[in-house]
Design a protein around this ligand. Structure first.
Ligand code: ATP
Ligand code: MG
Length: 183
C-alpha cells in the first residue's frame, strides 16, 4: 500500500480543508518555523490511533482541533484522512479487494474520536489491524520521530523485541494468537 495523499481539515494549524499529494517516492516538507511541518507528521500518527495527547504535543486530545487565531473562530471538529493506493491488493483481510483505501479519524469537541475505513465506521483496533505487520502502526517504526531514535537506541531488550517482531512480520500472528486465546 502506498500513501498517495492526505486530507486535513480543522486539524491543528490546518483549519481549511487541505489536500497534500504525495506523488513522488520521496517527498520533502519545507517551510519556516511554526508553519506546520511537524503537524503533518503528527496528523498521520493521529489517524493511526495515537491515544496520547502528549505525543500530539497537546494537553488533551481535543487540543488537536484548530483553536482559533487572530480573526478565525475555533473549529468544532478536526478530521484527517489518509488515502492509500491498494491496487496490488496488499491490504489485510476484507480490505484487500479495494483499489483505494481511505482511513479517516474525526474528533469533535467533547465527543471523542470516530474512525472510518472507506467511509465505514470502524473501531480503532480495526485501523490498527489494517497496518499490523507493515511497520506503519501507531507506535511502529515507519514513523521515526525526533525522540523515536533514542527510544530505539535505548530500548530495553523486551521493547527492542517489539520493533524486531514488527519488522519480521511476526507481530500480526502474535496478535491473532492473543485474540484466539482470549475468546
Ligand atoms: P519547526 O520548524 O519549528 O519545527 P513546524 O513547521 O514543525 O516548525 P509545527 O510545530 O508543525 O511547525 O506547527 C506549529 C504551529 O501549529 C504553531 O503555529 C501553532 O500555533 C500551530 N498549532 C498547533 N496546534 C494548533 C491548534 N490546535 N490550533 C491552531 N494552531 C495550532
Ligand atoms: Mg517541527
Amino acid at each position: 500500500m502506498r500513501l498517495t495523499h492526505l486530507k486535513l481539515a480543522g486539524f491543528k494549524s490546518f483549519v481549511d480543508p487541505t489536500t497534500l499529494h504525495l506523488h513522488a517516492q520521496r517527498v520533502g516538507v519545507v517551510g519556516p518555523n511554526g508553519c506546520g511541518k511537524s503537524n503533518v507528521m503528527e496528523s498521520i500518527r493521529w489517524v493511526l490511533g495515537e491515544s496520547s495527547a502528549k505525543e500530539m504535543r497537546s494537553e488533551s486530545m481535543s487540543d488537536v482541533i484548530f483553536n482559533g487565531s487572530g480573526n478565525r473562530k475555533l473549529a468544532s471538529r478536526a478530521s484527517v484522512e489518509l488515502v492509500f493506493d491498494n491496487s496490488r491488493g496488499e491490504a489485510a483481510g476484507e480490505w484487500s479487494q479495494y483499489a483505494e483505501i481511505a482511513v479517516k479519524r474525526v474528533i469533535e469537541r467533547d465527543k471523542g474520536s470516530t474512525y472510518f475505513i472507506n467511509n465505514t465506521v470502524v473501531r480503532r483496533r480495526d485501523v490498527a489491524d489494517l497496518f499490523l505487520g507493515t511497520g506503519l502502526g501507531g507506535r511502529a517504526y515507519a514513523i521515526i520521530g525526533q525522540n523515536t531514535i533514542s527510544r530505539i537506541v535505548e530500548a530495553r531488550p523486551e521493547e527492542m523485541r517489539v520493533f524486531l517482531e514488527e519488522a519480521a512480520g511476526v507481530s500480526k500472528y502474535k496478535e491473532r494468537r492473543r485474540e484466539t486465546e482470549s475468546r
